[in-house]
Ligand binder design. Structure first.
Ligand code: NAP
Length: 260
């Protein structure tokens, strides 16, 4: 069977683990040459070896989205040899509580989350623009917390709402080049970040980690915490030719919690 992304060049930020790792694996399985971007060289190289062992193609790229110089060199490396990147996935992200009041209030935490989750994709896209060919794809990993607010998580919710605004705006700006720009909004996904959030929620309700995991699954009508590969499947669709007329969307994948 023909692979859907044969010959395409992709770049995935935050590919060391979780959703980014699953996306890199799926894009490679569909035939794309994936620039596996991670903050630690060894982690990027490890995933590249795994992709190659599975018969795919990938290159390791050191990239911290907070560092404009590393973003510029990383994006340029990802575009080699023909100065082209067909698929950009802005996945890197961090979470954490940012209450407005009380002793836990922290401007540093607010700034850190905004810098990674919102300035990060902006930096990557500014650097990548010269390499995006006609018909390229930009996929921003937002969240259902880009669709509704959650108390004490102002920074995270602000960045994920902001990413949807960025998506809609750039979808208009890049439409003349037939470049599509979409956001993916997952609900709870079983990753380090997901487990940390579930743990905090459970603690506040007096649940142990296993009970909390089951509880948050049941918050969605379909009753499950998602796995990273499900998000990767949606990303592959958005990167494929089937989605050439899908742009400016914020697509929810959450077991039916959010129904716009
Ligand atoms: P994760 O398991 O915590 O992984 C986060 C990834 O982002 C890691 O690869 C991490 O790299 C990378 N990263 C963090 N700071 C970075 C920086 N400054 N520069 C480059 N990379 C950086 O989280 P995840 O659950 O896979 O989340 C991936 C994306 O999905 C995030 O944008 C998140 O907001 C979104 N999301 C997650 C959920 C969920 O329930 N899990 C739900 C909705 C949306 P290191 O390994 O170097 O730290």
């Amino acid at each position: 069977m023909t692979k859907r992304l044969e010959g395409k060049r992709a770049l995935v930020t935050g590919a060391s683990r979780g959703i980014g790792r699953a996306i890199a694996l799926r894009l490679a399985a569909e035939g794309a040459r994936v620039a596996v971007c991670a903050r630690k060289e060894a982690e990027a190289e490890e995933l590249v070896r795994e992709i190659e062992a599975l018969g795919g193609s990938a290159i390791p790229v050191i990239l911290d989205v907070r560092d404009a110089a590393l973003v510029a060199t990383g994006v340029e490396r990802a575009s080699r040899p023909d100065r082209r990147i067909d698929i950009i996935v802005n996945n890197a992200g961090i979470g954490g509580p940012t209450p407005l009041a009380g002793e836990a209030r922290s401007d540093d935490q607010w700034n850190r989350i905004l810098d990674v989750n919102l300035n990060g994709p902006w930096r990557v896209l500014r650097a990548a623009l010269p390499f995006l060919p006609q018909g390229a794809r930009v996929i921003n990993i937002s969240s259902v917390l880009g669709r509704f607010g959650v108390a004490y998580n102002a920074a995270y919710c602000t960045t994920k709402h902001g990413l949807i605004g960025l998506t809609r705006t750039l979808a208009l700006e890049l439409a003349p080049q037939k470049i599509t720009v979409n956001a993916v909004c997952p609900g709870w996904v079983d990753t380090d970040m997901g487990r940390a959030g579930i743990g905090l929620l459970g603690k506040a309700s007096g649940l142990d980690p296993d009970q909390a995991f089951e509880h948050v699954g049941k918050m969605a009508p379909l009753g499950e915490v998602l796995v990273p590969d499900e998000i990767a499947g949606l990303v592959v669709y958005l990167a494929s030719d089937d989605a050439r007329n899908v742009t400016g969307q914020a697509i929810v994948i959450d077991g039916g919690q959010v129904m716009p």
